[in-house]
Design a protein around this ligand. Structure first.
Ligand code: DGJ
Length: 701
């Protein structure tokens, strides 16, 4: 068969190559190569004849359809209501769109099913700025009858790593999100996901897969693949090392337990994007690859202006919000150096606890007799910005909104509606509800000069769907798209507003949220020892410049041990620094020390926010360090060092991993000069006895 009849497409990223081509019978696409640009020959056209399986079961198919395969997993499950399921596809070579530009490549491959009714489009795009490949699948029903998609994943990624792989992932629960975990996979399937209509506190939609040498599952061999799903509703991501085939395969997309998509005649469906990247430098390289991508493509602006030093009064007051008290807190926050003052939950009508008021987005006249403008004016006059908390997707049964619109919530007609945290979830899939949310946010943002919005969502969705509406089975898709719609509206109409995304802590964090918000609240756990573990996990897949972190009074959920104020600052300073303590209860000396540390942060934050982070060990180790390598415009290196156990016998050393080779650095203001060849840097523990911040400034060499 000639080359023209069987085209191969070579997608280039900043430093890798992804090659795919059409199968000889045009029934789909197979991966030829994914790795360094110079690597390895293509997958063989014909695998050895599979035993008790179809040829398609062993091929590295780019997107498999039930009906085409019988033994291995398929990303697509079509149901025409005809008593069997599946579809067989043929590539439409004349309709392929392929553009290869200096900035990046785009490939769109259309396929038609055997009935002629369904059209599938597989889209790939790359950029020369990073190594991520973006993929999605789209379907259109050109037939006269509706078709159901019982599973319509976004993509499959074939990883040429052999039969034994290690999967690194992020797991957790409320107050302990983003815990790094690993499994070793030989034969079988490993699956993580969410059925709850939000990304979830329990798993993050991202994995790193590396090869492990047989037979003892030793450390990874170097090559690493990162796969993520950019989606904030129900989702599933699985890694399969099948009994047939030679490659590990990662498939991901909308969760099929909770999502059935109906394609009416002329109906279309486009999946969320799946993201994949290769690094020859194992898991650390994969982390750098994600950060590169997030910097280049997701973040609208990494500058301090979009991520100011926050003071948030939640832990100081909870629901006991009173204008005079807030003014007092604002006075101290301004003295310490906060740049924005945020009133959290509790500012709106009737919100005296989490049992009432949610949904009634007007200022509580008892708490703010002269309106919110009085506090906002005071905050502005103190030289800070003013910010507010909202949770527009939920409603308390005890609220005017619910009394007016009891039908707006997710519920099943014949089952009692269920509260979690005393609240229901609004059905954002309904046009009148999402329009109400948009109008409400517009009103709130126009009422007083607000330039910071914390968007919360404090429960999973139960009884999603709409009784009697078959499209109700797409509730998670509809809800999530409309959540994005509102975030995009805010960004378009109020571009000066910094948006902090939150869901009971880190319950809705993923690459899609990063694309539409400025910073994210990773956890309600502000205990510094716990928090460091959470942030370490977070930084494996997400970047420092979105990682909101507060110095607070809460000793933590598990780490009841005391740490110094310096330690607590050093934890929060490795991301977007905030303060969340009851400042009125802080001593004068603590306030002075805090002001000094905020000033240190402001001096080094260009390195923390624009730079690249490298993790040294794990927080549970005696000595743990986060190294930030500044951008070209500020080539300093900053090392945050944590000694949680005070375990050092003598002055310990840290060993920077990412110093520039041709540069010598001065350590803080001392006479000590180090280079990449030096035997580490001694940690003087000047900031605190259990933590330090070392600033390495380039000097003429
Ligand atoms: C959960 C958030 O994670 C907290 O920071 C706080 O905003 C509360 N909700 C308020 O109800």
């Amino acid at each position: 068969m000639s080359r023209i009849e069987r085209p191969q497409w070579r997608l280039r990223t900043k430093s890798t190559l992804y090659c795919l081509r059409m199968l000889p019978d045009s029934s789909g696409l197979v991966l030829d190569h994914w790795g360094e640009p110079t690597e390895v020959p293509p997958w063989p056209d014909t695998e050895p004849a599979p035993v008790f399986a179809l040829p398609a079961d062993v091929l590295p198919l780019e997107y498999a359809s039930n009906g085409q395969r019988a033994v291995s997993f398929s990303e697509l499950l079509v149901d025409r209501g005809a008593g069997n399921t599946g579809a067989i596809w043929t590539v439409l070579p004349n309709e392929v769109r392929w553009t290869s530009e200096a900035t990046g490549d785009l490939l769109v491959v259309p396929l038609r099913d055997e009935t002629g009714d369904l059209r599938l489009e597989l889209t790939y795009s790359t950029s020369q700025k990073h190594d991520v490949i973006r993929r999605r699948a789209a379907l259109r029903n050109d037939g006269a009858s509706p078709v159901e998609l019982r599973r319509a994943f976004s993509a499959a990624w074939n990883l040429p790593l052999g039969q034994h792989v290690r999967v690194d992932y992020l797991a957790g629960a409320w107050a302990r999100e983003f815990q790094p975990r690993s499994v070793e996979l030989d034969w079988g399937t490993f699956s993580v996901g969410s059925r709850q209509g939000v990304t979830g506190l329990h798993f993050s939609p991202v994995v790193t897969v590396t090869a492990t040498p047989e037979p003892d599952f030793g450390p990874p061999d170097g090559r690493g693949y990162g796969i993520a799903l950019a989606w904030s509703g129900s989702w599933r991501l699985q890694v399969e090392n099948a009994a047939v085939g030679k490659h590990a395969r990662v498939s991901c997309g909308l969760d099929e337990d909770t999502t059935v998509i109906t394609l009416p005649p002329d109906g279309t469906f486009t999946s969320p994007d799946s993201l994949g990247l290769f690094s020859p430098d194992g898991p650390e390289g994969v982390t750098r690859g994600w950060h590169d991508f997030q910097r280049a493509e997701l973040t609208r602006d990494t500058s301090p202006a979009a991520r100011p030093v926050v003071y948030n009064s939640w832990y100081a007051t909870e629901f006991d919000v009173r204008v005079d008290h807030q003014r007092q807190l604002a006075d101290i926050a301004a003295d310490i150096g906060a740049e924005v003052f945020v009133v959290d939950d509790g500012w709106f009508a009737g919100r005296t606890s989490d049992r009432a008021g949610l949904g009634d987005w007007r200022t509580d006249p008892e708490k703010f007799p002269h309106g919110l403008g009085e506090l906002a004016g005071h905050v502005l006059q103190k030289g800070m910005r003013f910010g507010l908390w909202v949770e527009p997707e939920c409603v308390n049964p005890n609220s005017d909104l619910f009394r007016r619109h009891p039908d707006w919530i997710y519920h099943s007609a014949d089952r009692p509606a269920k509260t979690i945290r005393n609240q229901y979830v609004l059905d954002l899939g309904r046009e009148e509800v999402v329009t109400w949310v948009e109008d409400t946010i517009r009103k709130v943002l126009s009422s007083v000069p607000i330039t910071y919005l914390k968007w919360d969502m404090n429960r999973p969705i139960s009884d999603g769907g709409r009784s009697g509406d078959p499209r109700g089975r797409e509730w998670s898709l509809q809800h999530t798209r409309n959540y994005y719609r509102v975030l995009e509206t805010i960004r378009r109409e109020f571009p000066h507003v910094t948006v902090e995304a939150c869901a009971s802590g880190g319950g809705r964090i993923d690459n899609a949220v990063l694309e539409r918000s400025d910073i994210v609240w990773t956890s309600d756990n502000v205990g510094p020892l716990d928090r460091l573990v959470i942030q370490d996990g977070f930084l494996h897949a997400y970047p420092s410049w979105v990682m909101s972190s507060w110095v607070s009074d809460d000793p933590g959920h598990r780490d009841r041990r005391q740490t110094s104020l310096g330690y607590r600052f050093a934890v929060a300073m490795s991301g977007v620094l905030g303060i969340g303590g009851d400042l009125l209860a802080w001593s004068d000396s603590d306030r002075k020390a805090a002001a000094k540390m905020v000033a240190i942060y402001k001096d080094i934050r260009t390195v923390v926010l624009y730079g690249e982070s490298t993790l040294h060990g794990a927080p549970e180790d005696g000595l743990y360090c986060i190294e930030f390598t500044g951008p070209d415009s500020d080539p300093r290196t900053v090392l945050f060092v944590y000694d949680r156990d005070h375990a050092r016998g003598k002055q310990p050393r840290v060993f920077p991993k990412a110093l520039r080779l041709d540069i010598a650095y001065r350590v803080n203001d001392s006479d000590e000069i180090v280079t990449a060849a030096s035997p580490g840097v001694a940690v003087p523990f000047v900031l605190a006895p259990d933590a330090d911040v070392l600033v390495l400034t380039p000097v003429p060499h």
